[in-house]
Design a protein around this ligand. Structure first.
Ligand code: SAM
Length: 190
């Protein structure tokens, strides 16, 4: 189930499934084409709150259209969009149980607009500051595009230094697919 289609994105959602609950406040820090936001919206339901960030207006438009067209309006959570950099997360969200990052560029969009090591690290730190006890941060880092490996290493280095009494940090990847994205999850101890 977790490796359906051998995609790390489905592996990630398979992991999220254990943590995201109905009524949760969740953040999609890179909403892109809306696939993750749709998954989250259906999971948290009408009592939940979804905050979706993206630096590109096109991505906000796509995600908004996906939620409008593909999720039953009666089951939609409260949705708030932030058009801007996810490193400013703390200015927009006070507390959340789940924050996901699906780094890199917008598939089908402008490939020159990609997430950057410094802002990605700052954003994951910001997410750690607002995460509720028992909550999860999920970071999917792509290593196959220019700059991707550096970004992954920057996030990994920061995550490796997090105090184990505060967070448990886990990394998963598909070993026999060299360019497969890497999933890093940070679990805030209750
Ligand atoms: N989660 C999306 C989905 O399910 O379709 C895919 C996300 S896509 C791989 C990466 C997204 O990150 C792009 O839409 C890009 O515009 C966005 N992005 C890049 N840098 C960002 C930043 N600093 N803050 C917020 N979003 C950013």
């Amino acid at each position: 189930f977790f490796l359906r289609g051998a995609r790390v994105t489905s592996l990630a959602q398979g992991e999220w499934h254990h943590f995201v609950r109905e009524g949760d406040t969740v953040v999609d820090a890179t909403c892109g084409n809306g696939n993750d936001s749709k998954w989250l919206a259906e999971k948290i339901g009408p009592k939940g709150q979804l905050v979706a960030f993206d630096i590109q207006e096109d991505a906000i438009r796509s995600t908004s259209a996906v939620l409008e067209d593909e999720v039953d309006p009666e089951l939609l959570p409260t949705v708030r969009f932030v058009h801007g950099c996810h490193s400013k997360l703390e200015e927009h969200v006070q507390a959340a149980r789940f924050v996901c990052f699906n780094l890199g560029f917008l598939p089908g969009g402008d490939r020159s607009i990609i997430s950057q090591p410094a802002t990605s690290v700052a954003a994951v730190k910001a997410a750690m500051n607002i995460l509720e006890p028992g909550g999860i941060i999920s970071v999917l880092a792509y290593v196959g595009h220019p700059g991707g490996m550096e970004e992954y290493r920057a996030v990994q280095e920061m995550a490796t230094q997090v105090h184990p009494q505060e967070f448990t940090v886990l990394e998963q990847r598909i070993l026999n697919r060299p360019n497969s994205p890497v999933l890093i999850m940070l679990w805030r101890r209750p």
